[in-house]
Ligand binder design. Structure first.
Ligand code: NBG
Length: 818
């Protein structure tokens, strides 16, 4: 391949002519196609190869600089990284987006068609995975030396389709057609051991008779905004060790050697599709250990290359455990330090407690991971021993010192949970292991962190004051405003001095324009353009025509009863009935837009999707209501779809039961793009309300305290149902079979869940929610008021940049100067 004509490290300075030459070079010489024959897919590939070339060059420079400086690095360990499409983001970060856009015009190709060609790497479920991706973006932007470590799943989160309104899941082989961003680094492979047994020899533990699998790294370069640094997201892929294991083959143990291959090939096959509910399967535990073992071995090699001895380890390495999924890293590092590096137990534990930090993302009891003790003992026998050792030390020394002779307390804080029923297995509480093995533990929004202290880990907070902290989540303003909403970004650029993309607090200066009629007009015009674009997407995906003048009311997030899509649905059904009762009702046009995947085994969640689709079908085809109401459920919600919906949203539904949504990040993205929140006092909504002010948000529903009061008094959803005529009517309608005559009992799971337990207090918050929607309508009817509120929302989102979150992590947790 001929050499590139420009200096790679200064891609920022490339002009349109140079960019055009480079694209041509890749088309002709990398792909062997003539520009006039090239498809958008060819252009996508040529551009991706160009960016890859630039990134590789910068990666070398970055590494060289780091080696010389002996830097402290952040390692972000996460089973999920929902990075989204990479081309647009990289071009933007490299500062050549506009040059490329112009060059493409020269080729007669529309850049958005080219960007649209890329498949989303769906390596995550939802908020937790997307947060990891925003954090990598900000780490790089802030020039923090960092690695992400995770798994290169062959199949990402399933593809969602609807058949007759019901969710069907299909495989997502996202990199089958080639993915130029990944760089395989076979030479840096690691060997991971599993199963086997532990033998004590002279006081040393030998882990023997193990099955071995290979982890091969696959690197994604992570670029940042306005920096030449390129960090690395290193994703591990499972492979069988070379060839057959002849020794076991000769011995006739063919099964054993096959087993190893099957095991290795399966490890990185699929992402578990569960959000806020762990799977508890052996393969999932193996995935966790596999990526942790590869990552630790890899970072220790890097450390040893740069430093003599272990003396500097805690100064140079910090590992963030993204939820408890990588918690097995604690005993793994103990094993390396004690069994391979001759550290004594207490010293090894000290090291763990300096290098590990743990982020908690949920309070849902069923979402807090536990593993049967017997399972860990079988898959990772040495690790189970070490967990016991950590636990014994913790209980007999640390808990004993704080609460002498308190056996109840020891039971309560033990990593090993005793079953209520002796027939049930003992369970290993991964959250406790993470807290005990870490330096700091953080929640992801102020309210959530308070509840982590008060409800989840009060004893740990008493034992180690200051260990539990809060870092409120954030989102990258590059992807979630500059790139996904270019018109709004341009308006802000014209209005503000300074670079809001690297200092989002600057948006605050927009507030002086909030009442300016001209500015409002421009802001509203941009929203309308974005809504027109989304209306096209809706027509393509759902076959429903929606009017861009309507209120676009959006709920996009995983489907879960605590997030309460069912509350939204009940209200929509009520609105429909009101319109049937009085088609002349003076209400604005409304379009309710959903996007959500349900875990394949979550019956009620799937039932809610089906109900929404059935109601949508009915509403959208009912002439009597004269298009005043439309309901659409966009299939296969994912990052790239979010980028189209968010800039077009007028209303953002953040309606979880108070105390259940740890933070939310969609709430931030939507408000940043000028949508008004209708929400409960939950997660980061509380801080959003604080920033925008009570006048610029629609808050409803029970607070955390009211929720727990109500529960204590005894909650009876049927009483509410009996006393609220409208609510009763819509639930009866759901139960009647009218919406799915061919299957009259179809909505029984949902109806029963609402009337019999209603654990998430949907009915208790219904009236307040419905009233809040009346306030939304009132505000919409006064456009200057509405656009003032919308502008105030965009202007007030400075706090929610993931750059701010990362600065907080650096200061509060990682001890890194930024
Ligand atoms: C999710 C929470 C969200 C939060 C993200 C990122 C899990 C276990 N938790 O509220 O539900 O925004 O984490 O912190 O996915």
């Amino acid at each position: 391949m001929s050499r590139m004509n420009v200096d790679l490290s200064s891609a920022r300075n490339m002009d349109t002519v140079q960019v055009e030459q480079e694209i041509r070079r890749h088309l002709e010489q990398s792909l062997g196609v003539e520009p006039d024959e090239a498809t958008p897919g060819d252009y996508w590939e040529a551009l991706s190869l160009l960016v890859r070339e630039i990134n590789l060059d910068r990666i070398r420079n970055t590494r060289r600089g780091e080696k010389n400086d002996g830097v402290r690095r952040v390692y972000y360990l996460s089973l999920e990284f929902l990075v989204g499409r990479l081309l647009g983001n990289n071009l933007h970060n490299l500062g050549i987006y506009h040059q490329v856009e112009k060059a493409m015009v020269g080729f007669g190709v529309n850049i958005s068609d080219v960007l649209e060609y890329e498949t989303d790497p769906a390596l995550g479920n939802g908020g937790l995975g997307r947060l990891a991706a925003c954090f990598l973006d900000s780490l790089t932007t802030l020039n923090v030396p960092a690695f992400g470590y995770g798994i290169n799943y062959r199949f990402g989160l399933f593809k969602q389709g609807f058949v007759g309104g019901k969710q069907v899941e299909g495989p997502d082989a996202w990199r089958e057609d080639g993915f130029p961003w990944g760089i395989e680094r076979a030479k840096r492979k690691q060997v991971v051991r599993l199963y086997g047994r532990v033998r004590e020899v002279d006081g040393n533990a030998l882990w023997e008779d193990t099955q071995e699998v290979l982890g091969v790294p696959w690197d994604l370069p992570v670029t940042g905004y306005n920096t030449d640094r390129v960090n690395t997201l290193r994703l591990w892929e499972g492979r069988a060790t070379e060839g057959f294991d002849l020794s076991s083959f000769d011995a006739g143990r063919y099964q054993d050697s096959r087993f190893r291959e099957i095991l290795a090939e399966n490890i990185s096959q699929v992402l578990y599709p569960n959000d806020s509910h762990p799977e508890g399967k052996e393969l999932r535990l193996i995935q966790q250990y596999f990526f942790v073992a590869c990552s630790l071995a890899d970072l220790i090699v890097r450390y040893k290359r740069e430093h003599e001895g272990w003396g500097q380890f805690t100064a140079k390495v910090v590992m963030q455990l993204n939820d408890t999924h990588p918690a097995i890293a604690v005993p793994e590092l103990m094993r390396i330090l004690m069994d391979e590096e001759d550290f004594v137990f207490t010293k090894a534990l000290d090291i763990c407690r300096s290098v590990f930090c743990y982020t908690n993302h949920t309070l849902l009891p069923e979402a807090l991971e536990t593993w049967p003790q017997g399972l860990i003992a079988r898959v990772l026998p040495r690790h189970m021993q070490l967990i016991h050792k950590i636990n014994d030390h913790f209980l007999s020394k640390e808990v004993e010192a704080q609460w002498p002779g308190d056996h109840q307390m020891k039971r309560r804080l033990s990593i090993i949970q005793e079953p209520g029923d002796p027939k049930e297995p003992q369970m290993v509480r991964m959250a406790y292991l993470s807290v005990i093995g870490s330096q700091k533990v953080n929640g992801v929004a102020a309210l959530h962190s308070r509840l982590v202290k008060e409800q989840l880990f009060p004893e740990f907070d008493e034992l180690w004051p200051g260990k539990l902290v809060n870092i409120t989540n954030g989102v990258t303003p590059r992807r979630w405003l500059a790139i996904c909403n270019p018109e709004l970004a341009a308006l802000i650029n014209q209005t503000l001095k300074g670079d809001w993309q690297s200092d989002l607090a600057l948006l605050n200066e927009l507030k002086v324009w909030a009442d300016d009629p001209e500015f409002q007009k421009k802001f509203a015009r941009i929203k309308l353009d974005n809504k027109q674009a989304l209306a096209k997407v809706i027509d393509e995906l759902c076959g429903v025509k929606v009017n861009p003048d309507a209120i676009f009311d959006v709920q996009i997030k995983r489907l879960h009863e605590y997030k309460r899509q069912q509350l939204n649905l009940l209200h929509i059904m009520a609105v429909y009935r009101r319109l049937l009762d009085n088609p002349d009702l003076d209400v604005p046009l409304r379009v309710f837009i959903f996007g959500a995947k349900a875990a394949p085994g979550y019956v009620v969640a799937k039932n809610i999707i089906y109900a929404i689709n059935r109601v949508a079908d009915r509403v959208n085809n009912d002439r009597r209501i004269r298009d005043k109401l439309k309901v659409v459920f966009l299939p296969n919600y994912r990052v790239s779809l979010a980028e189209k919906i968010i800039p077009a949203a007028d209303v953002s539904e953040q309606i979880s039961t108070a105390g259940f949504e740890a933070s939310g990040t969609g709430n931030m993205k939507l408000a940043l793009n000028g949508a008004l929140t209708i929400g409960t006092m939950d997660g980061a909504n509380v801080e959003i309300a604080e920033e925008v002010g009570d006048d610029n948000i629609f808050i409803f529903g029970k607070t955390v305290e009211e929720v727990s009061d109500l529960r204590q008094r005894g909650y009876h959803p049927r009483d509410i149902y009996q006393h609220n005529e409208e609510l009763k009517a819509v639930i009866d309608w759901l139960a009647s079979g009218d919406l799915s005559p061919e299957e009259p009992d179809a909505f029984r799971p949902l109806v029963e869940s609402l009337l019999d337990s209603d654990y998430f207090l949907t009915l208790a918050d219904y009236q307040s929610y419905s009233d809040a929607h009346e306030q939304v309508i009132k505000a919409w009817k006064n456009p200057s008021h509405w656009w003032r509120m919308a502008i105030m929302n965009t202007a007030s989102m400075g706090k929610f940049s993931s750059d701010r979150s990362i600065v907080d992590y650096c200061k509060t947790i990682w001890n890194i100067g930024v």
